[in-house]
Design a protein. Structure first.
Length: 86
């Protein structure tokens, strides 16, 4: 019979494995022009040898942000500009 601590340990292991697998798949599917600092092959090797820490490093340092995220540059329009008639 499993005790509560055993179930908690299994749940944490399953969560860590799911996060690791998500990072691995995300790295493999990311276009090459969005990969930063080192080539994708090195990121994949780092993810294979790493754990959740490697996945967090990939998410925060390995990928360039897309236009829809808060980290991407926002193009601002002049609020005082008027629309010109075509």
């Amino acid at each position: 019979m499993l005790h509560r601590t055993d179930l908690l340990s299994l749940a944490l292991i399953a969560l860590a494995a799911a996060i690791w697998l998500w990072g691995l798949i995300d790295c493999a599917r990311t276009p090459a022009d969005r990969v930063r600092f080192v080539p994708r092959v090195l990121w994949l090797l780092f993810l294979f040898n790493g754990s959740v820490v490697a996945t967090l490093a990939w998410v925060y340092f390995g990928k360039k942000p897309t236009a829809g995220t808060a980290e991407a540059r926002v193009l601002r329009r002049d609020p005082c500009a008027t629309a010109s008639a075509p």
